[in-house]
Design a protein around this ligand. Structure first.
Ligand SMILES: Nc1ncnc2c1ncn2[C@@H]1O[C@H](COP(=O)(O)OP(=O)(O)OP(=O)(O)O)[C@@H](O)[C@H]1O
Ligand SMILES: [Mg+2]
Length: 380
């Protein structure tokens, strides 16, 4: 978690708003002038009732409240503020005449944090206001960080439980197969090989999940090194399509490649880019039924060239579209040739492309097909 908030000092003088409540205009003038000279925004109210109305319109960061006022005195105003959860966190400093010191207990009982005696000493007034504003901002920041931490903690927990769930089933398959080989010494070589093949492919699947999880976390924490260099999107896409010809042919899919020009240059990290484009083509082949078409295109653009994969697969529901780039998003579409699906690929694609100042998206019509695209800054 990055703490990018400005230093407390800067926040306080630049943004703090102080409400001064006093029935004597002269006092408001004196206090207001001292505060304004320190750079605070000053709001004023001439009575308790007016103060309660003012806070409804704009919530101040601190209130200087006169104790003795006709009709509604400071203690009552303070009690009302403290009993309203919208305003209870505003620090209240009482303005009291030295003859009113005996009333201080009542002020603190009502929720005051401090008091300043009249006639005012400017240095004292400024110091007390500043101290309580600093405290208030520190408390606000703490609350904010603690809420952020809580939500990160919840996210991590959810992540752990899905990951553990995903790892358990392949692991238990490996365990059972190994147990069978161990406990049946008479087993024929050909049967042993069958189990070993299963163990090998399931282990590969497990390794991919773990690698994807590590990748996702590394990107999330900014630990992935991205080297942005000009690279030729056309040749990268062409060789990628070539590497999928056998898989597509096995599913009798027609894999087309259309390229605007032999040289469409983008600014990207080539191996990371390939990892992303690979997932888009792999998805099209994985989720498109046998015998359908898939088009891979490279489109030129002076600012942001585009790579896209259009398929005649099942398309996406509205709910799918909402969850598409999230972690462990296994959606309505199921692999059409028994391929594995962890639902991590697109979440990684989105992170990696965005780190490279690119964009990723999808246009899809349910029942007709989908077009996934990536745009990247041109290197020309
Ligand atoms: N071209 C597509 N057409 C229809 N649905 C798709 C398409 N591509 C992805 N999906 C849906 O989005 C989900 C998430 O895709 P993603 O690539 O993130 O994960 P995956 O393919 O399941 O697993 P992997 O982590 O191995 O990539 C898929 O499970 C699938 O349901
Ligand atoms: Mg995928």
């Amino acid at each position: 978690m990055k703490h990018e908030n400005p230093p407390l000092e800067a926040t306080i003088s630049a943004e703090a708003t102080v409400l001064v409540v006093d029935d004597i205009p002269k006092n408001i003038q004196v206090v207001g002038a001292v505060l304004a000279a320190s750079g605070y925004d000053v709001m004023v109210a001439n009575s308790g009732a007016e103060a309660l109305l003012r806070v409804e319109v704009q919530k101040p960061d601190l209130i200087l409240l006169d104790l003795m006022m006709p009709e509604m005195n400071g203690v009552e105003v303070c009690q009302r503020l403290k009993s309203d959860e919208r305003f209870s966190d505003i620090p209240v400093i009482f303005l009291t005449a030295s003859t009113e010191i005996s009333n201080l207990q009542e002020c603190f009982d009502a929720g005051a944090v401090d008091y300043v005696t009249k006639p005012f000493n400017a240095a004292e007034l400024k110091a007390r206001v500043r101290t309580h504003l600093e405290l208030k901002f520190a408390q606000d920041q703490l609350r904010e960080y603690s809420a952020k931490l809580q939500s990160l903690h919840n996210e991590k927990n959810e992540f752990m439980s899905i990951a553990a769930h995903d790892l358990r089933s392949p692991l238990s398959n490996i365990y059972s197969s190994a147990r069978i080989i161990l406990t049946e010494p008479q087993m024929k070589r050909v049967e042993v090989e069958e189990f070993l093949t299963m163990i090998t492919s399931t282990s590969e699947h497990l390794m991919k999940i773990v690698q994807d999880l590590l990748d996702f976390n590394a990107i999330d924490q900014g630990r992935v090194k991205i080297d942005l260099l000009p690279c030729n999107l056309s040749t990268t896409a062409e060789s990628l399509v070539a590497s999928y010809r056998t898989k597509a042919a096995a599913k009798k899919q027609n894999l087309h490649f259309e390229c605007a020009s032999a040289e469409v240059c983008v600014l990207a990290d080539e191996s990371r880019l390939l990892q992303c484009l690979d997932n888009l083509v792999s998805n099209a082949v994985k989720y498109t039924p046998h015998g359908k078409n898939i088009w891979v295109r490279v489109l030129n653009d002076a600012v942001a060239p585009r790579f896209e994969v259009q398929d005649e697969g099942p398309g996406l529901t509205e709910e799918d579209k909402q969850r598409l780039f999230g972690r462990f998003a296994r959606l309505s579409a199921q692999p059409t040739g028994g391929e594995s699906s962890t639902g991590l690929g697109l979440s990684i694609v989105k992170k990696i492309i965005e780190v490279q100042q690119g964009r990723v998206g999808c246009e899809s019509v349910l029942g007709t097909g989908s077009t996934f695209y990536v745009t990247l800054p041109s290197a020309s």
